[in-house]
Design a protein around this ligand. Structure first.
Ligand code: PPE
Length: 277
């Protein structure tokens, strides 16, 4: 009960997916996730001396030990016992990894036909108070508030503006917007998490010749968009069909959203020869 992280959110975590591929189970971009975990520990000054390769191997072992062919992996580095009060220095740093089967994060219907989102009344945490590019557990109370409000008011997910009033991201996903065949996504400076799915989708689509611009977006840009979709390890590529009760584009997932979904699905399941790595 006196685990420091339980009282003050003093932990950092990752969310990673393993997929069934023609060669067996494979973990998507495991190294990038564990490197981000290490950056998160550094960002919050958590002493952590594991090397990336050892944690990668531990993740594989947890997937194997649970007999999972596909699933979600959750490493967590947390301050445990030894200190109470705001200085965690005397608390032991512990690392745990869990894995389980986890289907469509925003529902099967959502991933097929799109979800309904609202603009949150809560603003996304800023770099002046937290470290948005780190996955700090305590930061997620901000996402929880936005998510609870969205669900309580009849939506599937929340999008948050940042303190400057620009669009940042969803409670646990990055956002893309399509307009006239070009994709736009908020820059890291908008206070978003530097998503690994976001980077993967950008890479996959750019290789197909799609133009993608990282630029600040406003609420009005969303309403006027041809297409909107979310990306995340848990959410994968999820179309958005409505924002604040307004249908987006035709109200059905558009061509760039479908292309992103298909390419991502093929890449993570080892079916894209050019992305075997
Ligand atoms: N923004 C936030 C705030 C976020 O939590 C995530 C991941 C992303 C963007 C997308 O990042 P990436 O997974 O690297 O593409 N959210 C994780 C946690 C979800 C949860 O409910 O827990 C995830 O998708 O695993």
């Amino acid at each position: 009960f006196l685990t420091h992280a339980l009282h003050y959110g003093t932990a950092v975590f990752e969310g990673i997916r393993a997929y069934r591929t023609p060669d067996g189970t494979a973990i998507f971009r495991l190294r990038e996730h564990i490197e981000r975990l290490r950056r998160s520990t550094r960002a919050y000054g958590i002493p952590w001396d594991y090397d990336v390769d050892a944690i990668m191997e531990a993740c594989r072992e947890v997937v194997r030990a649970n007999g999972l062919e596909a699933g979600y992996i959750r490493p967590l580095v947390f301050y445990a016992l030894g200190a109470i009060g705001l200085n965690p220095a005397a608390a032991e740093v512990r690392t745990g990894i869990a894995a389980w089967e986890w289907g469509a994060y925003l529902g099967d219907e959502g991933i097929r036909n799109g979800i309904r989102v609202r603009i949150s009344t809560w603003r996304r945490i800023s770099g002046q108070s937290f470290i948005p590019v780190a996955k700090g557990s305590g930061q997620y109370l901000n996402s929880v508030l936005a998510k609870q409000e969205a669900i309580a008011t009849g939506y599937d997910e929340a999008l948050m503006l940042n303190v400057d009033g620009n669009i940042s991201e969803g409670s646990g996903e990055n956002l893309f917007l399509a307009r006239d065949g070009v994709l736009f996504t908020p820059p890291i400076s908008a206070g978003i998490l530097d998503g690994i799915t976001r980077a993967s989708v950008m890479d996959l689509l750019r290789a197909e010749g799609v133009e993608i611009r990282e630029t600040n977006l406003t609420r009005g840009d969303l309403y006027a968009a041809d297409e909107l979709f979310l990306t995340g390890t848990a959410a994968e590529v999820t179309p958005i069909r409505e924002v604040d009760d307004r249908p987006i584009g035709t109200g059905k997932p558009g061509p760039l959203t479908r292309q992103a979904q298909e390419l991502y699905a093929e890449a993570v399941t080892g079916k894209l020869e050019s992305r075997r790595d």
